[in-house]
Every structure is written in C-alpha cells, then in structure tokens.
Design a protein around this ligand. Sequence first.
Ligand code: TRP
Length: 434
Amino acid sequence: MENKRPVWTSKYAFIITAIGSAVGLGNIWRFPYIMGQNGGAIFLAVYLLLILTICFIPLINELYIGKLTKKECVGAYESINPKLKYIGMLNPITGILISAFYFIVGGWIIYYICQSLIHSQIKDYGEYFSALIQNPVYPSLLTLLFVFICVFFAARGVKKGIEAANKIFMPLFAVILIFLVIISLNLPNANLGLEYMFKPDFSKLNSHMVLAALGQAFFTLSIGMGALLTYGSYISEDKSLVKSVYTIILSDTTFALLAGIMIFPAVFSFNMQPNSGAGLVFVTLPKIFSQIPYGNYISLAFFVLLFCAAVTSGISIVEGPCASLTERFKISRIKACTILFLIISALAIPATLSFGILSSIKIFDKSIFDFLDYLTSNLMLPLNTLFLCLISGWYLKIKGQNFIKNKFLSFFFNIGLKYIVPAALISLIIVGLN
Ligand code: TRP
C-alpha cells in the first residue's frame, strides 16, 4: 500500500497546494468581517502577532505527523497507537461537517458570478441576498454544483486533480486580487480604509477579541481536520518543513491583508459600515460595485476571485475524508468521491434550506447552518488540534530539534507544543462552549 501512495511532483506543487488550502473564504469573506466586528487595526495587530508566533507550531505538527506516518488521518493516529484510531476518525468527520456549510457559500458565489454576467439591475442588495439564501431551489442546486466541482478534482487524484487545480486557480486568484487592490486604492478617500486597518485603537483590546483572532488564525491555516496531515503524508522524505511552513503562513497572511486592502478602502470610500458581518461580501460590496464604472466587470472579477479561493480550499477539505475512504476501504478515488458527494450533499441541502423553509428547525437554538459552523469552527477544529498537540508533545515526545535548526525556534516549538498551544486551544474551546 505504502509505495502506491502519491507524492507531490515538486516542492512548488506542495507549497502552492497548501497555500491553496489555507487561502479561502476564511481570508476573503471571514477575515475582513471578523476584523470589522472586532475593531479593525487592533484585531489585525493581535492576529498578526498570533499567526506569526504560535500558529507555526500546530501547522508544522500536523504536516510532520503526516510526513512521519505516511498515512491518511485515521491510519496515522492508529499507527501511533491503535486506540487513537477513534480520535483520528474525528478528523474526516469534521471535514465532512465543515464542507456542509463551506460549500453553501461556494454555491452563493456561483450565483453572484452568474448575476454579474447577466448585468441585472438590483434595487436593494440586502433584500436580494436574503431572497437568494431563502430560496429553496437555486442555492441547493448551486451548492451541489460546488460540491461536485471540489469532489471532481479530488477524484482525479493528487497530481492530475489537486495539484492541477491549484496550479490554475491560485495564480488566477493572485492576479485578480492585485488588480482589485489597485482599483480599490484609487477610489476617493481610500486612505480612510487603510487607517481603519492599520491605526490600532488600544481601547478596543479584549480577551474575546484575542480568542476570535486565534480561532481565525487556525481556521485560515486549515489546521485541525487532517487536511494538512493528509497533504503532509504526500511529502517525500528530504523536504524541509520549516521553510515551507513559513512560506505558507506568510502567503496566507499576505493574501488576507490584501483582501482587507481590497475591501476596506472601498467600504469607506462609499461611506458604508465595515461591521456588517457575513453580508459584507454579499451585500455591501455588490452595492459598491453597482456605483463604480464598469462595476459589473469588477463584480465578476471579485466573485471569480472568491470562487478560486473557495475551490482550492474546498478540495483540501474533501481530500482528508477522500484519502481516509480510499486507503482504509481500499476503494478507488472515484468511488470514495461519489460516496462523499452523496454524504456532503445530504448534509448541505438541509443546511441550505435552514435559511428558508427549514428555518424553524433549531439545534441548541441555532439554525442547521449556524450549528454546523459553530460546532466545527469553535469546538471540533480546536479539539482535533488539541489532541494532536498532546499526542505529539506528551506521548510521542516529538522534539523541535529533529527538524528545526534554529535553537531558539526549536525550544519555543517544544514548550509551545506541550503547554502554550494546548492552553490556548482549551481557552478557545471553553469560550466556544459559552
Ligand atoms: N483555510 C480555509 C479558508 O481559509 C478553509 C479550510 C480549508 C479549512 N481546509 C480546512 C479550515 C481545514 C479548517 C480545516 O477558507
């Protein structure tokens, strides 16, 4: 079995795919609105501090366990200790649950791409968006389409599917992003948006925001559901992890910052509010596009950008469970992906309908969509990462010296893995439970 496992064709292929996984809706959709709700620049400062210091620890750890065991998630945990198999299973389950809400947003993006192509006149963007998400038909069909696209690339395999998709979508993403940043910076009063992003107001600093920043950092780096563990298992022996990890973190952070620089100057230039939450990208921005010359084309470019980001992350979300199914049940990727398509669709459709006809169904007072988001982002992702850090730090006694040359960094890795990151994760989980 081992020698049949795929490996990345090159270091570039691995890094661009890991960046593709990291850079997603978390950067373009979630990051700006969470920053908007948490006071702007001060949130950014805390976020940067966390992502550049402690986040490299769980990121290296997850990739390293994959590289070490050369197995999909469940097998990786099992090879450490057979009893850990059940904890390992939480990873693909988390992946499937995440995909059920993540891919719905993918469906909305496809709808907005079509809308930008049709050039339809819209009076009230808020109403337009609520009408879309409450509609029982279109979002469901488009979600299925989005699931199909991600599953399709995963089914084609690591080289022809996953690498190929990332090699197309990521460069396209970067080019469109830079183009949109230039347009946004040339809008009148763009500097107000930059001030909002880069001039911190320390009075807004609080513990809730620090944890929001930490949660966002883990989510955006794709830590906590075995996607990276699986990607790590395709790394061939000699590749150094530390450099790759910093390249991934720096690229992800740069893309999140560029997304902010694209969005906030436009928001301030048109006197809109930066704290409108999830609607920032689907309501506020389309309203702005409608007031800019060639707005339809800009809107098209923006939603294609969002699509590229979402697909490459979506593929990574599917790949964890896909690898687990193929390797454990010895079935083909096509079979595994068909099964995944059916399971994800069966969860995603009720979640889509929870904005409309199923809105009366509540789980712990939340709609199905909100519950899936809450359960995975606030509880399951941090829990999976916590388990993996404890297993590596305390059970396997992994030492940074084995793969980090810099003495200070490897010392910091050791205490981070055993104490700092678990403590941070436990705080996240406790706050998540409240
Ligand atoms: N990181 C992606 C984003 O920012 C989302 C994502 C992809 C993810 N794979 C993941 C999140 C695995 C957690 C775990 O949008």
